[in-house]
Every structure is written in C-alpha cells, then in structure tokens.
Design a protein around this ligand. Structure first.
Ligand SMILES: NC(=O)c1ccc[n+]([C@@H]2O[C@H](COP(=O)([O-])OP(=O)(O)OC[C@H]3O[C@@H](n4cnc5c(N)ncnc54)[C@H](OP(=O)(O)O)[C@@H]3O)[C@@H](O)[C@H]2O)c1
Length: 215
C-alpha cells in the first residue's frame, strides 16, 4: 500500500486514477478546489488551491507518490508550469515520486523525430496553449529538475478525455515517447489509462521517463 496524493483528483483523469488506486487499497488524498458530488469511499478529499504553496506542501508531505492530474485551463492557463515547479521542489524534498498526466502532443511519431507539438496546425487554436504548456513541462521542465526527483510523465493516446471517456477493457499497451497510436493518435479510455498509470506506480520500474498508454 502506498500513500498517493492526486492533484486534481476530481477531474477527468484524476478521478479515474483516484478510483483505481483506492480500489487497490492505496491510501489516497485528492486535492482540488471543489469536492466531488459522488466521493470515492475511503478517499481523503482536500479542498484547496494548488497555487497556494502551504496547501501543496500539506498534501505532498508524507506521500510516497504524487500524481499531477491538473490541466492548464481556466485560472491555471498561465500559472500551470509554475505550479509544477513548486510541486517538483516539494515532492523532491519529501522524497515522493511524481507521476504526471501528460498529453499526446508531447509524444513523437518516430524515435528521435520532433514532437507532435512542433506542428499544431491539426489542432484547433483554442487548444494550442494547453498542448504547448503540457509539452513544455514534459520536454523542458521535468528533465531540468534535480536528478533526485523521480518523475514519470505518462501521455495518453490522442483520443482521451471527458469528450471521449470510452469503456474499461482491462487492457492497455505501454510505450516510450513514441506514440503507440501513431500520427492518428489511437485511443485509451479513462479507466484503462488509470489502470496503466497505477500499474506503473506499483511496478516503479521507470524513472525520469516519458511513456505513453494506448489500447
Ligand atoms: N489526449 C490528450 O492528450 C489529453 C486529453 C485530455 C487531457 N489531457 C491532459 O491530461 C491532464 C488532465 O486533464 P483533465 O482533462 O483530466 O483535467 P480536468 O478534468 O480539467 O481536471 C482538472 C482537475 O484539477 C483541479 N484543479 C483545477 N484548478 C485547480 C486549482 N487551482 N487548485 C486545485 N485543483 C485545481 C480540478 O478541480 P477543481 O476545478 O474543483 O479545482 C480538477 O480536479 C492535462 O494535462 C491535460 O492536458 C490530455
């Protein structure tokens, strides 16, 4: 059993991860500004803002693992990378491993090829900030953290999210930073992304790595 703190544990990805990890007997703390209408039994929901360092510290200290499931939307559209700089610093000091819910655009179509984010012409303009912000976190910010921080960024397949929740198949594939779904993206349901992420947390055999999950 691990003590796992999920930042954004009530969002699309976060709530699936919370449900999966709690069902396996992990001790879960979920931080968000609002509490969910249907809380998962046994989960400790903390209402607070990730831009407040004291709140962040209070939920990270004592955790074995921190899962970052925030999105750079709304009030976090600008401060997202700063929040994760604080998360990385606090997690490193606390000796907690950090798992980031990343995005498809930070993956590559082939080994060593430019990341999808370098050409966003296929994506509607309203998503460009989100895609490039999350990609910068994966490509620039996490690799620049002290070597003592154990982080894993896990990109979903292209078809993933509240608009396309899908169903639990109980299966997934794990790849490195080359998209398993290829340039067309592939897909992964919320429950199967959570299954894969919690398996990665439990196996703990990737370190300072960028991975992807797809059906
Ligand atoms: N195919 C793809 O590549 C793909 C698709 C979808 C998502 N993603 C990525 O997956 C990640 C998670 O996305 P998502 O769609 O699951 O996000 P989401 O549903 O928008 O959830 C965000 C979570 O963060 C919480 N939150 C927001 N602002 C906060 C604050 N200031 N303080 C504390 N909590 C806060 C929200 O709860 P409150 O609002 O109550 O605070 C919620 O729990 C993002 O990085 C996103 O880019 C990738």
């Amino acid at each position: 059993m691990s003590r796992i703190t999920v930042l954004g544990g009530t969002g699309y990805a976060g709530s699936a991860i919370v449900a999966e990890a709690a069902a396996r007997g992990h001790e879960i703390t979920a931080l968000s500004r609002s509490v969910p209408p249907e809380p998962v039994d046994g989960v400790h929901y903390v209402q607070g803002d990730v831009t407040d360092e004291a709140t962040l510290a209070s939920v990270i200290e004592g955790a074995d693992v921190v899962v970052g499931a925030l999105s750079p939307r709304g009030a976090l559209a600008d401060g997202f990378r700063d929040v994760y700089r604080s998360v990385a610093r606090i997690a490193d000091a606390a000796g907690a491993r950090l798992y980031l819910v990343a995005g498809f655009s930070s993956l590559r179509p082939a080994p060593g090829a430019p990341r999808f984010v370098t050409d966003l012409s296929h994506a509607p303009a309203e998503y460009h900030n989100e895609l490039s912000t999350v990609s910068a976190l994966v490509a620039d910010d996490l690799p620049a953290t002290p070597e003592t921080l154990d982080w894993v960024a896990v990109s979903p397949a292209g078809k993933f999210g509240a608009h396309a929740p899908g169903e639990r198949r109980g299966e997934y594939r794990v790849g490195d930073d080359v998209a398993l779904g290829g340039p067309t993206g592939g897909e992964i349901s919320g429950p199967d992304y959570a299954l894969g992420l919690v398996d990665l947390i439990e196996s703990a055999d990737h370190h300072r790595a960028h991975l992807n999950l797809a059906h």
